[in-house]
Structures are given as structure tokens and as C-alpha cells.
Design a protein. Structure first.
Length: 159
């Protein structure tokens, strides 16, 4: 079974640096991306996620790779994921609103909308956001769940 993922930008930042959300050495985010690429699972982006992806993530990853220690090869792997058309589903429409959006942190609402639109799994290091998603009755009914990279690795290891 192939899975659809919405990848929070913190996963990419931590993968490039080889750390967890507390800046402790951890390769979970990097391993998640390696298996995602290797086993043909996909990242989904709507208009807003794509905009954030292009403006914020790519710029910051380039800056990190020039100013901080980088997990070997991870910046190149992320570039490969981005430039391999089969790895990312680029959708330039706006994802619709959903019931009870007020229960999702405003800063993360665009990710939740995208996940709802595609009935995808969210991979994030943000504990509060994961809990809000996993406690949201409507999103759960649409198959949207949020998980840490360690949990997502178990899915993307499947071919």
C-alpha cells in the first residue's frame, strides 16, 4: 500500500541537520525521507503548502547547508525528492475548510486543511499539533492522523 503524507517543515529542517525537535542527535526524520523516496510513497502539497515549501523550506535548507553541520547527503536527498516529479503531488488549488477548525492551532491550519483535502497522514514533530489532529473527530473520520517520524518510518518501509 502506498501512503499519502503531508510533511511538516520541521521534519525537513531536522532531517537536514540530523537532529530531533530538541536539537539532539536523531536520524528519524532523515530515515523517514530516505524510505519515502526509496519505496515510492508520496508527499502531497496544495497551493498554500506549496507556497510555504518554496519560500520558506527551500531557502532555509539552502542556508542551513551553508552555515550549519548537515547530516551527510540529506540536503541532496531533499533536492532529489523535490525534483523527482513522482515523489510530490503538486496541487495548486486551495484546500477547503473543514468543521471545527478552531480546534487546530492557527499556525498549522494550512497543513490540516491540506491533509483533510487529500485524506493524508501528517508527519510532524509538534506534539501539540499531533494531539489536536488526532483528537479531531472530523479529521479522524476522513483518515487524517498525525504521527512522529518514528511512527511514519514503519509505514514508508513498506514497499
Amino acid at each position: 500500500m502506498k501512503y499519502k503524507f503531508i510533511v511538516d517543515e520541521n521534519i525537513l529542517y531536522c532531517a537536514v541537520r540530523g537532529v530531533d525537535e530538541h536539537d539532539k542527535k536523531d536520524t528519524s526524520s532523515a530515515r523517514f525521507l530516505v524510505y519515502l523516496l526509496k519505496n515510492c510513497h508520496r508527499i502531497y502539497l496544495d497551493k498554500k503548502c506549496n507556497s510555504r515549501f518554496q519560500k520558506s523550506i527551500l531557502t532555509r535548507i539552502q542556508r542551513i547547508s551553508k552555515t550549519e553541520p548537515v547530516f551527510p547527503g540529506m540536503d541532496l536527498l531533499i533536492q532529489e525528492i523535490i525534483h523527482t516529479s513522482g515523489k510530490i503531488n503538486w496541487d495548486y488549488s486551495d484546500s477547503p475548510q473543514f468543521p471545527e477548525e478552531k480546534n487546530i492551532p492557527r499556525k498549522d491550519l494550512y497543513i490540516a486543511r491540506c491533509a483533510n483535502h487529500f485524506s493524508a497522514r501528517i508527519v510532524t514533530l509538534d506534539r501539540e499539533f499531533r494531539e489536536n489532529i488526532n483528537d479531531h473527530v472530523y479529521l479522524r473520520s476522513k483518515g487524517v492522523i498525525a504521527m512522529r517520524p518514528e511512527e511514519a518510518i514503519m509505514l514508508v518501509m513498506q514497499k
